[in-house]
Design a protein around this ligand. Structure first.
Ligand code: DQA
Length: 146
């Protein structure tokens, strides 16, 4: 059976490409999917990319990953900075976790400088645009791929 990496995206990322393009660029989540699928294929992995505006749904997907995924790449969006519940959920997952931010959060408002998710993440990408997801997938491939 092929190994799957969950790529989980938090609130407002459904609008990627339309939302504040001066910060987040004009690429969409579909572009993220195709870039990450290409990297995954190099390592014999599959991806399952999902987006939700709801904290509880993201938590349910992290729990699902315990059974159905070998790793998680996550852009928790604004929940990065607020959600102990997402941190707790990620702490129940045993595989690699990579945190991705499209923008360079440390150059932005101070409330974006703290991440609960970074307390669990095995690596963090910030400010590489959507390329950050593909770079995280490359590292994931090295760790859990063929
Ligand atoms: C983001 C950065 C967060 O601070 C913000 O709330 C987002 C997107 C990023 O990808 O740069 O929604 O995670």
């Amino acid at each position: 059976m092929s190994k799957t990496v969950f790529i989980l995206n938090g609130p407002n990322l459904n609008l990627l490409g339309k939302r504040q393009p001066e910060i987040y660029g004009s690429d969409t989540l579909d572009d993220v999917t195709s870039n990450c699928a290409a990297v995954a294929a190099e390592f014999g992995l599959e991806i399952d990319l999902r987006q939700s505006n709801h904290e509880g749904e993201l938590i349910d997907w992290i729990h699902e990953a315990r059974e159905n995924a070998v790793g998680i790449v996550m852009n928790p969006a604004a929940f990065t900075h607020t959600s102990v519940a997402i941190l707790d959920a990620l702490n129940t997952f045993e595989g690699p976790v990579f945190e991705v931010h499209i923008s360079q959060v440390h150059k932005r408002e101070s409330f974006r400088h703290h991440s609960y998710v970074s307390m669990r993440a095995d690596g963090v990408m910030a400010g590489f645009g959507i390329e950050g997801y593909a770079l995280a997938m490359r590292r994931m491939g090295a760790l859990v791929g063929n």
